[in-house]
Design a protein around this ligand. Structure first.
Ligand code: ZN
Length: 181
């Protein structure tokens, strides 16, 4: 995958993990998809990134199995949006840890540059990447919100991996794939 050289076969699991998650643009793309912002043009606008830079990261994240594509209708046209897979969703504690570490140790350029990891049920920020430090609940995409002060006045609940990320319109219409009521 990414970066300068291929670390996917390194003996150290940290190196292999960084091969997938160590690219800054790639992690910011994941941030956007966790915020539910999975359409190419919308990600591009938010990241202020060139088409080729974004295309490359989306390709890497698809190849690595962290993202999947899902069709949506844009007027009369069918386009693809990006959604998390369970493997991508499992990267949440990694991103949480980076956010919490940066809030603790790095200066923020201004007051709205802060971001907090919130356990949605408590409504309180946590200082642990995978556990709510108030109630002890294990954090998942389904019970975690990120409060980016720049983005919103309120914490935003995160997107979760769809249970059927690869469904097409045809598959949904097909009786074989209908979910029993
Ligand atoms: Zn809690």
């Amino acid at each position: 995958m990414p970066l300068r050289s291929d670390w996917s076969a390194r003996t150290c699991s940290l190196a292999r993990g960084l091969d997938v998650l160590g690219d800054p643009w790639g992690s910011l793309v994941l941030r956007e998809v966790f915020f539910g912002n999975g359409r190419f043009d919308a990600i591009k606008k938010r990241l202020e990134v060139a088409d080729n830079v974004l295309s490359k990261r989306l390709g890497w994240l698809l190849d690595a199995g962290l993202l999947a594509q899902r069709p949506y209708l844009d007027g009369a046209r069918t386009r693809q949006e990006y959604v998390l897979t369970p493997k991508g969703q499992d990267a949440l504690p990694v991103l949480n840890a980076i956010i919490i570490w940066a809030e603790k140790h790095l200066d923020a350029p201004n007051e709205v540059s802060h971001m907090r990891v919130i356990h949605t049920q408590c409504g309180l920020p946590t200082s642990s990447a995978d556990t709510c430090t108030h109630c002890g609940a294990r954090l998942t995409a389904a019970n975690t919100s990120w409060h980016s002060l720049k983005r919103s006045e309120h914490p935003l609940p995160l997107a979760v991996a769809p249970t059927e990320p690869f469904e097409t319109d045809q598959a949904i219409a097909s009786p074989e794939t209908e979910i029993p009521a």
